[in-house]
Write a protein that binds this ligand. Structure first.
Ligand SMILES: [Zn+2]
Length: 253
């Protein structure tokens, strides 16, 4: 084994640990850089690439708004079929992830009638053929026009994940087509985790970061996250802990 191989092997062992520690530091740094914000009375539509992103990124915000009687709807863009642990068959994964989403959202106070599945193939959003892309945008436009949310929540535009960044672009385009007036807020999932040392967040992005205290609903959010049993076991060590914190970070567009 050459010295280069030794270094590679060492990085494979300590890499995830460094990643976890750096991500944790950056996420806490954001806490100090962000502006405190109170939960608003505006209705909200949360767009989620996969079944769990909405709860991880916005679970506290959703629970807070619902406890105040503020309407919240959630739209899932993909079917989540490739987030499949070995113990679940390919035939059942889509149904299981949908049921987990319904269960998690019930804990947060969102009814099944306010939960929508656009069911695109997991991992396909960045490279949708033109006609399929138009179909998806039309679906999103219909949702936006029928609900007219005061706030729209999307994954961050630099979330370092194909489906997540594509969701941002699709929703941004759908808002423009829909003609509705709404406030766009971006939630981070992977951006501070994947290659956190090199993440592409500028100081001007930091200036647009807001933190929402979710202490009063923190336990409900944790319970909702834990209802995603098909996902929680396969996520990186330390990754979930960030979403158990008593605040959530959003970036105003
Ligand atoms: Zn996701």
């Amino acid at each position: 084994m050459g010295s280069r191989q030794i270094v590679t092997q060492l990085l494979m062992i300590i890499g995830p640990k460094i990643c976890s520690i750096t991500a944790g530091i950056l996420y806490r740094f954001l806490y100090f850089k962000s502006h405190p914000v109170a939960v608003s009375q505006k209705s909200a539509m949360v767009f989620s690439p996969h079944q769990d992103d909405e709860t991880l990124g916005c679970g506290g915000m959703i629970a807070l708004k619902r406890s105040l009687g503020v309407p919240v709807e959630v739209v899932f863009l993909t079917d989540g079929q490739y987030g499949r642990p070995e113990w679940i068959t390919p035939e059942t994964i889509i149904e299981i992830r949908q049921q987990e989403a319904v269960n998690a959202l019930a804990i947060l106070g969102v009814a099944i009638s306010e939960t929508h599945f656009v069911n695109q193939i997991d991992g396909s959003l960045q490279d949708l053929p033109h006609s399929q892309r138009q179909y998806v945008i039309n679906q999103l436009v219909q949702r936006l026009q029928s609900f007219t949310p005061g706030e729209v929540y999307v994954p961050h535009s630099k979330d370092i994940h194909g489906d997540h960044e594509a969701t941002y672009k699709l929703v941004q385009e759908a808002i423009a087509v829909s003609g509705i007036q709404t406030e766009l807020l971006e939630y981070p999932i992977w951006m501070l985790w994947q290659d956190p040392i090199f993440f592409d967040l500028k100081f001007k992005d930091m200036a647009n970061a807001y933190r929402l205290a979710i202490d009063s609903v923190k336990d409900r959010k944790k319970q909702a996250i834990e209802s995603y049993t098909s996902q929680t076991s396969s996520l990186p060590t330390g990754f979930l802990n960030r979403f158990f914190l008593p605040y959530e970070i959003f970036f105003k567009n």
